[in-house]
Structures are given as structure tokens and as C-alpha cells.
Design a protein around this ligand. Structure first.
Ligand code: FE2
Ligand code: FE2
Length: 191
């Protein structure tokens, strides 16, 4: 990795391309979870967080060219290949053939879809909150394929395999990460 990208720069770039509140919340959720997993792995939470924040930077404007446009947008800004590779690798097997290689990339690949599932589970709860959400509630909805059908369970499973982590552990830690920024990601609910 060459030059470190600041959080401010990443946020500015994200919000320039992403106006939809739900997409901004998704970016913030993935950022929070990436920071949490970085801390668990004794890695640089600022770097992992920025990658989480930017991973869908092109999605609102270019959903058909997801990840490809992200590469262009980031290159234009002079952002290093380290970040570009990381962002692109979350679409592995879906919209890119860039394989997640580092623990950071494998984590992004795994938690991207999972934060979406957890978000959907929270919103149907009476509390509308992630703060009192239990792993078993997420597990139940993980198995119910008709629930949040757009969430690719196989991606989450293969991500857990890459990481060498149990699904339950990944769910638990993803919930913990989301709790750390519950208010901003709209999942504080009525608690
Ligand atoms: Fe994406
Ligand atoms: Fe995403």
C-alpha cells in the first residue's frame, strides 16, 4: 500500500456519487463492520474502514457496470491499486474476477451481503434495532431463503470458508460491528 486514503476523502468521494440514504447507510454499516474485524485481527481499522465505505461507490450511478466503474472513478482520483483491488474484489464471481486475497478483502467479501441480511432482519423486528438482535434470529432468516431473497447466502458461506471462521462467529461479530455505529446506519430503532 502506498498512500493512505483519509476517511474524509473517502466520504467525500462516496457522497459525491451516492445520494440515496439507504446506500449511504449500507456503506456506513460495512465500514463499521470492517473496522470491527480489523480490530479483531490487529490490523489497521482506518484502512479497512475506508475500503468498506467505498466498496459500492459506483453502484448508484452505474449498477450495470458495478466494480468496473469503481476502478475508473478511483483511478481518476489517483487512489492506489491497493484500494482499487480491495474494492473490486468484493464483486468476485458476481461482477469481477478479482479474487479476494488478503484477510481485509475476504472480510469485505463476506460481510457485504451479511450486513444486508442483518439490516433486513432488524427492520422487521418490533424494536427495529440491531442493539438487541441475537445471532439465532439472523441464523433463522439465513436459512429461510424466501426472506430477503436478494441476499446471496452462498457468497456469505464461501466468505466464511475463505476466512476460516464459523458462520455463527461471523454473524456475531458483524452484529457487534453494526452496533458500534447503530445510530448512523439507522438501526438504533426505538431502544
Ligand atoms: Fe457491491
Ligand atoms: Fe455492498
Amino acid at each position: 500500500m502506498e498512500e493512505k486514503l483519509s476517511r474524509e476523502e473517502a466520504w467525500e468521494l462516496l457522497t459525491e456519487y451516492t445520494k440515496t440514504p439507504a446506500l449511504r447507510k449500507h456503506a456506513l454499516a460495512v465500514e463499521a463492520v470492517m473496522r470491527h474485524f480489523a480490530a479483531l485481527a490487529s490490523e489497521d481499522a482506518d484502512v479497512w474502514g475506508v475500503v468498506g465505505l467505498l466498496h459500492d461507490v459506483d453502484y448508484e450511478k452505474f449498477p450495470e457496470e458495478h466494480c468496473k466503474k469503481a476502478e475508473e472513478i478511483m483511478k481518476e482520483r489517483g487512489i492506489s491499486d491497493f484500494y482499487i483491488h480491495a474494492v473490486c474484489s468484493h464483486g468476485y464471481g458476481i461482477c469481477t474476477d478479482v479474487k479476494p486475497e488478503s484477510p481485509m478483502e475476504m472480510t469485505l467479501y463476506t460481510v457485504d451481503e451479511l450486513t444486508g441480511l442483518i439490516n433486513a432482519v432488524c427492520l422487521m423486528r418490533p424494536s427495529k434495532s440491531v442493539l438487541d438482535l441475537e445471532v439465532k434470529s439472523v441464523k433463522k432468516k439465513f436459512k429461510d431463503k424466501s426472506f430477503a431473497a436478494g441476499v446471496d447466502r452462498d457468497t456469505i458461506r464461501s466468505g466464511c470458508e475463505m476466512l476460516g471462521m464459523e458462520l455463527d462467529t461471523v454473524i456475531r461479530e458483524t452484529i457487534s460491528g453494526m452496533r458500534e455505529n447503530a445510530e448512523a446506519i439507522g438501526l438504533k430503532g426505538n431502544l
